[in-house]
Design a protein around this ligand. Structure first.
Ligand code: F0G
Length: 465
């Protein structure tokens, strides 16, 4: 059989509510043209993020009932720890409430002024945590990642030559670690190859540097390796996952992605003394080491989620549904970042609306149009999110601020929650995006009416230009 189906049937349904075009027009204006400020119940298909938005399985819900809520030494913790040790080979497993809590603990310990942290591409919270510690965050993507049309099979790879140059330039003592994000979210949900991870590991070994993974989407990355990397098609995904983690000294993970849960995170470490210090910080702000700010039931759900996510029928459905969305959009002439990513399709808003200059946020214009037209919520990843604001990037109030700089790419992310939407939902999204694209000349740019100084995309307000 050629047809790929959702490998589950639906036991519980959650109604979604259609709104009328005039209602959406009013709601969008009330939200200041910022879809973060909409109420979720006013959204029909919510593609804002794949993080914490997945559906749990019946076994995960059964685990919720089994959760052991003891403060210390809960049975649920040991089940979780066993599963993570088996999956990743890491001895030291700390639960946290989500990925950024792991990042905060890690960079509080290894970051600090004068330090430099390279990554293939930092996710925004990772960058924020590195910078909050006083360290500098440096992105080292491969050159192919800069071209939305380039179909490199491992477009998420780190630029190994640039990593070597960075180390030569600043000196290895200023790098506390090297980090690789799998899959590369900021770079379009693109995978990193085992070959690239090995090459980065070799550079780290030459300079005595630890290698850490930001492994939120490790299972999707492993499945891409199975499908695309020479010699890997016969390997079980579980073995590829092990190979990836075997190359690393530590990892931060948001379980809200490939943990198939709504909340949770992990910090994985090999170094005993780093583990001791991380445990102390965990206790200080998250909770005791056997619950890390979560309930026992959350640990049960994670233990089960980290089991289900490497099932190959699940991953086949998962990767194929995102690929299907991307390919259908491409054949309808809609410009996307190619090839489609693992968790999301990214529309190339600069090519979508060339008549809107970066200063008027073409990505935000497309986001607004998708909501107006079809009740779909997407997210802008472009000059609203990453463009340096003249105010925010001013070195000092007395110095002349530089001109506001646009983002390198103007993207709109359609992120697919896991096990939530069916193929007919995806077909609806394809139709909606195609129709908005056909009417793209009518889209208008936006300008700020309120511009917050940091992480401005969350709370900014706009008006149409
Ligand atoms: N690293 C990556 C690569 C991520 O994509 C995220 C979250 C995090 C770290 C932080 O994890 O949210 O659990 O604290 N990404 C979400 C997204 C928010 O929409 O892409 P968190």
């Amino acid at each position: 059989m050629k047809t790929i189906i959702e490998p589950f049937r639906i036991k519980v349904v959650e109604p979604i509510r259609m709104t009328t075009a005039p209602q959406r027009e009013r709601l969008l204006r009330e939200a200041g043209f910022n879809v973060f400020l909409l109420k979720a119940e006013d959204v029909l298909i919510d593609l804002l993020t794949d993080s914490g938005t997945g559906a749990m399985s019946s076994e995960q819900w059964a685990g919720i009932m089994r959760g052991d809520e003891s403060y210390a030494g809960a049975k649920s913790f040991y089940r979780f720890q066993d599963r993570i040790r088996e999956l990743t080979g890491f001895e030291h497993v700390l639960p946290t409430h989500q990925g950024r809590a792991s990042e905060r603990i890690l960079f509080e310990l290894v970051g600090g002024p004068g330090k430099v942290v390279p990554n293939n591409a930092h996710f925004d919270t990772t960058r924020a945590n590195v910078e909050h510690s006083g360290a500098e965050a440096v992105d080292l993507p491969i050159p192919e990642a800069r071209d939305p049309r380039n179909r490199h099979p491992f477009k998420g790879n780190m630029n190994v030559a640039e990593l070597e140059r960075l180390i030569q330039r600043v000196g290895p003592e200023r790098l506390p670690l090297v980090m690789v994000t799998i899959t590369n979210n900021s770079g379009g949900g693109q995978p990193v190859s085992l070959e690239n991870l090995r090459a980065v590991r070799a550079v780290c070994d030459r300079h005595g540097l630890p290698l850490f993974l930001d492994a939120c989407r490790f299972a999707e990355n492993a499945f891409f390796i199975k499908r695309r990397e020479p010699g890997c098609d016969h390997k079980p995904v579980a073995d590829i996952v092990h190979e990836m983690f075997d190359l690393a000294d530590g990892a931060t993970i948001s379980a809200k992605k490939d943990g198939l849960v709504n909340i949770g995170g992990l910090l994985l470490l090999r170094d005993e003394s780093l583990f001791q210090r991380a445990s102390s910080l965990l206790i200080l702000t998250e909770g005791f080491v056997t619950y890390g700010g979560l309930a026992g039931r959350d640990l049960e759900a994670m233990a089960q989620g980290f089991e289900e996510v490497i099932h190959e029928d699940y991953l086949t459905y998962r990767i194929r549904s995102v690929e299907y969305l991307g390919e259908r959009l491409l054949s309808a002439g809609v410009p996307i970042l190619e090839p489609p990513g693992g968790h999301a399709v990214y529309l190339d808003a600069a090519a979508f609306c060339p008549h809107i200059p970066p200063a008027q946020f073409p990505g935000q214009a497309v986001v607004c149009a998708l909501y107006r037209h079809a009740g779909i919520r997407a997210v802008e990843i472009g000059s609203v999110m990453f463009g340096a604001s003249a105010k925010a990037s001013a070195p000092h109030p007395t110095q002349t601020p530089p001109d506001a700089a646009p983002s390198r790419l103007e993207l709109v992310r359609l992120a697919m929650p896991r096990r939530v939407y069916t193929q007919s939902h995806v077909d609806y999204v394809i139709e909606a995006v195609t129709e908005v694209h056909q009417r793209r000349q009518a889209l208008r740019g936006l300008r700020f009416t309120y511009e917050p100084p940091v992480l401005r995309h969350f709370t900014a307000r706009f008006e149409e230009a």
